[in-house]
Design a protein around this ligand. Structure first.
Ligand code: UPG
Length: 384
């Protein structure tokens, strides 16, 4: 299949592009390098050094013999999107190209507006390009488990049957997200579902959990193929951050009491889920939703697991939670769709955590300690 990976220079977009190319698909990558610009803005950088996209693509050609055409541009520029889709003629578009950090979206008004404008408008341009150029194209869109929040009922895969005053309907599962970033993904989901209804689009919304890990079967073939690893309090995700903090001899930063429970998955499962979704397209008019996670953990549980696994002393600090989230809650998520398509999850074992220690050890000189503690608070703008 011909697959266009939007956001193909990012933490997950790049390994996904490699995985799809390695499995025999014709892959092109598109990016505007926004993620690298956020690093400049925040005075941060990936813990593992990463090459420019052109170097990565050339290295992949050397290693695999496979071409990977590259498009540089912004999805909010509709002309760019249309031209790229007309030229590459994809069968599927995998869409990672959004601002993806909750804390970044909560810095202030400007960052909230940027996040929603960038994500919602970019996604709408992609939807229109598909509908006008070739409605057969399958849109595989990265959503987030954060769209659901933590409701006091079981979380279904995107849809729920509701009985109300004696009548029944199949509705989109209600959403209760916890940041303007997570809300931008809710808006995308609603827009895409509408596109499926009115234009007969075919779409898969992947509500992904918190990803951990840094290496995949393809990225380890050459150091120039490495993907990024974030440690900072804005872009670093929880398990990766705890591992990095342990190696640096810093306390693990549990927000609140750590009773928050989240769905998580290994980066190797992310790329495999994307392959399964691409190779098994949704039907025309179908808005298909998968909950892309393999296990649930409380934040405290993750901290304790990292502390037990690290071969040295580890301190766990319980900080005042900078975010607005339930301290303790019910969490029971249905996530069988991808398993039914053939996903064989890598469950979080000591080996994954242990495999991260040497990667961090080798690169720890790249850490700017000023970016470790959380500075962005969810407080009301009047009080901040
Ligand atoms: N947390 C801590 N300490 C830390 C970092 C995070 O306690 O040092 C907590 C945080 O309060 C939250 C949980 O860990 O309860 C998860 O936070 P984080 O790993 O930052 O994940 P999210 O904010 O949910 O966002 C990530 C990705 C996002 C994706 C989402 C999927 O950035 O793109 O949509 O995971 O759930």
């Amino acid at each position: 299949m011909r697959v266009l990976v939007l956001g193909g220079d990012g933490y997950l977009g790049w390994p996904t592009a490699l995985h799809l190319s390695d499995r025999g698909h014709e892959v092109a990558v598109a990016d505007n390098f926004a993620r690298r610009k956020y690093d400049e803005e925040l005075g941060s950088q990936s813990l593992v050094a990463i090459e420019d996209l052109s170097v990565r693509v050339a290295a992949w050609k050397e290693v695999s013999g496979k071409e990977m055409p590259m498009y540089v541009g912004d999805l909010v520029d509709a002309d760019f999107v249309y031209q790229m889709v007309r030229e590459f003629q994809p069968d599927a578009i995998v869409h990672f190209a959004e601002q993806r950090a909750a804390p970044y979206s909560m810095i202030d008004r400007e960052h909230a507006v940027y996040t929603q404008y960038n994500n919602v408008v970019g996604n709408l341009n992609v939807m229109y390009a598909i509908a006008e150029i070739n409605p057969e194209i399958h849109l595989v869109k990265l959503g987030t488990m954060g769209e659901y929040g933590t409701p006091n009922i079981d979380i279904e895969e995107g849809w729920i049957e509701i009985e109300h005053n004696g009548r029944k309907d199949r509705m989109l599962y209600p959403k209760k997200p916890g940041s303007f970033y997570h809300l931008s993904k809710v808006h995308d989901s609603h827009n895409i579902e509408f596109g499926c209804r009115i234009w007969g689009m075919r779409a898969t919304d992947l509500n992904q959990g918190v990803v951990y890990g840094q290496q995949t079967e393809q990225t380890v073939r050459d150091p120039r193929l490495a993907t990024r690893l974030d440690y900072d309090a804005v872009f670093g995700t929880v398990l990766n951050r705890f591992v990095i903090q342990a190696v640096l001899g810093q306390p693990l930063t549990v927000y609140g009491k750590g009773g928050q429970t989240r769905g998580m998955l290994d980066i190797r499962d992310t790329v495999e889920c994307l392959r399964l979704a691409v190779e098994n397209p949704a039907d025309r008019g179908e808005f298909r939703v998968f909950n892309q996670m393999t296990e649930s953990f409380s934040v405290k549980g993750v901290a304790e697991l990292v502390a037990e696994t690290f071969p040295g002393p580890v301190q766990i600090d319980y900080l005042e939670n900078p975010r607005w989230e339930l301290a303790e809650h019910y969490y029971n998520v249905k996530h069988t769709g991808l398993i039914e398509l053939g996903l064989k999850p890598h469950l979080l074992s000591d080996t994954l955590i242990e495999s991260l220690f040497p990667i961090v050890e080798e690169n720890k000189h790249r850490v700017n300690m000023e970016n470790m503690l959380p500075k962005v608070k969810w407080a009301s703008p009047k009080n901040s």
